[in-house]
Design a protein. Sequence first.
Length: 280
Amino acid sequence: MGRSQEEEQPMTTLTDVGSAAISLSNVSKAFETGTGTVLALDGIDLDIQPGGFVSLLGPSGCGKSTLLRVIGDLVKPTSGEVLVGGRTAAEARKARDYGMAFQAPGLMDWRTVRRNVELPMQVLGVPRAERRQCADEMLDLVRLTAFADHRPRQLSGGMQQRVAIARALAIQPKILLMDEPLGALDEMNREYLQRELLRIWRSTGTTIVFVTHSVPEAVFLSTEVVVMSPRPGRIAARVPIDLGYPRVDETRVSPEFYRAEAEVREILHSVLAPEGEVQQ
Ligand SMILES: Nc1ncnc2c1ncn2[C@@H]1O[C@H](COP(=O)(O)OP(=O)(O)OP(=O)(O)O)[C@@H](O)[C@H]1O
């Protein structure tokens, strides 16, 4: 705990913001259910710059996960266009541009930690020696080298989530899509992993799109917070977070942090229905 503060490097990257890494134009998504149509996303326009760390924040059911899945080509939009580095999302997925991490680490207990990290490379046919070396590098990045030969069940929840992040990074994705990856953790572990995630993001330069319900988490992590309105999900506001780097525990109690948090919270409250009104 607390070790990453002095290790966090000064700001060195994020200067080259040429063409958008991810570009969504007028994206809508309707789900057909047994009882009718659910319009989950409606007319989403969003550009995310290369190297950005963008959080999607909004009330439950507003379409955050759907938006993340549309970007990752796990869900096809009903209309609109998703471009990733100028390619379609399907082409980007084929080109292995994405790494993904979800709330549940989803590790296989019959494989060691190292072999869990190796799995996506194994699926891609990466030779054994190469994937082992890469897995070891990733485990070093998430500081779990000493646990490489353990089974996932021997690790804490936070450590398992770090393995899942290492696995997502193993194929060196340009884009990391994360759906509440820290949601199941206790507060201390969560704050620790937030710092770790910032460190990893800054050392890899990967673009991160991150779904969360937590305002302080979104503010601490992000270059930009995208606030969504209740269903059908639309973009209510985009809030750049100009907190500078390194972001450390003191950042969380700084006046700038409180100001950014208050701004995001105010927007979030303004998009919510008046008290007592239930969102369907
Ligand atoms: N496969 C599906 N079939 C039908 N409806 C769906 C499907 N996936 C999502 N939905 C609906 O789309 C809407 C948006 O869901 P989504 O999971 O994207 O929201 P969310 O903002 O991520 O929610 P939460 O914060 O609670 O995780 C919801 O009303 C949900 O019920």
